[in-house]
Design a protein around this ligand. Sequence first.
Ligand code: ADP
Length: 253
Amino acid sequence: MPLIIKDEYPEKLFRDDGKRLDGRDKTELRPIKMDVGVVENADGSAYLEWGNNKIFAAVYGPREVHPHHLAKPDRGILRVFYRMTTYSVFERKRPAPGRREKEISMVIADCLRPLLFLELYPGTSFEVFLEVMDADGGTRCAATTVAALALADAGIPMKSLVTAVAVGKIDDELVVDLSGIEDKAGQADLPCAITWFNEELSLLQFDGNMNLKQMEEFLSLAKTALSEIYQIQLDALKKKYIEIQEEVSGGNS
Ligand code: ADP
């Protein structure tokens, strides 16, 4: 699959056979793989590969708030730290968190907060660390998706999972799950997320041009893709418990 090499983008984002540059159809997702329980020292964790994106999520909490002045007497707080490693993109990224990382951390926290019962945990914090090891477009969506899995893996009571995907417009066509090149060279990018307990959008950002009719088409495309990704999240969680069950029943025989 093509990665972004410097700022040189192809003129066309569809091949002559009508497929996208990485061989996908318009509504096809990149290959997605998720696992939970991958970081020994975290309360909960998950790892995701989504196309060329590779992201670890580690969750701690409920635990004491540091610094103390951030603690709320009537509820717990959720803190999200999205970071891209210096080697996650072609050109070395500055290690200090930039504005983009702070914005994405905030957006992801807004997606996750409605899932939690923070009012049951006064004076404590839940912390979600998201480390992007390789980035190729759609990392805020991929990070949101894997963060929800890590929270569930930590055994934290949740109303449901949240799932995110970016849909967009390239060469005047609506497509699902933009790659890095499509994100940069395309005409529109619309990351969105759904919280499954109420089926409401908890993320809707937009960059580019589109009319209202296209927006409706976008959201309908996104809904199908989100259901597909949700199934992969559920399978990743189930896999861990099937493995534990097999270990236990193997041990008993
Ligand atoms: P998202 O990853 O959610 O799509 P952006 O639209 O900001 O967020 O970024 C699109 C893609 O651009 C990223 O996934 C990554 O591949 C690339 N990118 C982001 N920041 C940098 C950076 N500082 N240097 C090089 N590439 C970057």
